[in-house]
Design a protein around this ligand. Sequence first.
Ligand SMILES: *Cc1c(COP(=O)(O)O)cnc(C)c1O
Length: 365
Amino acid sequence: MCPTMTVPLFDPLTPLAPLRERLDAAVRGVLDDGRFILGPNVEAFEREFAAAIGTTEAVGVANGTDALTIALRALGVGPGDEVIVPSFTFFASAGAIPPTGATPVFCDIDPETFLATPETVKAVMTPRTKAVVVVHLFGNVAPVREIEALGVPVVEDTAQAAGSIGPDGRPGALGTIATFSFYPSKNLGCFGDGGAVTTSDAQLADRVRLLRAHGSRGPAGFEEVGWNSRLDELQAAVLRVMLPELPHWAAHRRLVGRWYAEAGLDEYCRLPVATAGSEPAWHVFVVRHDRPDELRDALTQRGVEARDYYRTPAHRQRAMQGISISGELPGTDEAARTHLALPISAATTWEQVVEVTEAVRDAAI
Ligand SMILES: *Cc1c(COP(=O)(O)O)cnc(C)c1O
């Protein structure tokens, strides 16, 4: 966020202002208590977060990337396996796969929704496919049930979709297992790094608990090599203050999406298309335009922050060469070339939406 912008891309602080005293008290409480790792706040947050998402289990971990690696390992993914993942996503969705020993296999997306579909997943399935990472990108809700019906377990990467609502329930409760990030700019963000794994399979949750704590259940010893990846007690304490706010923060993000349409933004660029029956809590509001970089420059001059995210999709990143599999991904390339993120947050006002829309109109690009 740049302070000179009149309309910032993100605004994580304004929504927290009314919570300030309760956040201070939560931090003080942890300092008074003195238990900083896997204390009462992590345990309570795990219960409260599972209830909010609609699963029976939630396990706090250190970040959303570890959440993916550990969820895949909990499913038994390892060397020789293939894991399907979209390429048009934050790099970590794919980067979390090689640490399991498995090979990322990139699938295409529908550029209108920015999401994988049963068709794009099916196109790259092989007998080695052990799991699919389905990303609810930008808050839009992917067709998890339909993809899981292909006969392979789905890990929902829900880092960008806390608070979204799908036709079959909430993202994070649609597939076998799901992962969240509480990085500060996400729909539910803490004051540092944090993450969670959700599932309604008690055995899988037990595996995740084992793997986040060095593969140990305690004094009995080490059953396998795991990770040191726990959600901090301090982060859990502040997340417990924020979690009850998520429904109205998410509702506001939905409203801002509708405001952009009402303000007539669709006359100047292509708006994101929500999947059938879903109500996305837009994490970022990503439009498509034939000359997105020129539009971004014009908006920046006018004080409206805008940026691209995945101009180079994961399958074209140097880090993935030689350790991943991908064919032609035309939907991915189209989205990568044309997308541009416009401002949205739980504090965006109608006046800001009008300002952004007029800035896009006046750019006349
Ligand atoms: C943020 C994000 C992650 C990674 O989360 P971290 O907490 O930053 O490790 C993974 N996938 C997607 C889609 C994300 O947006």
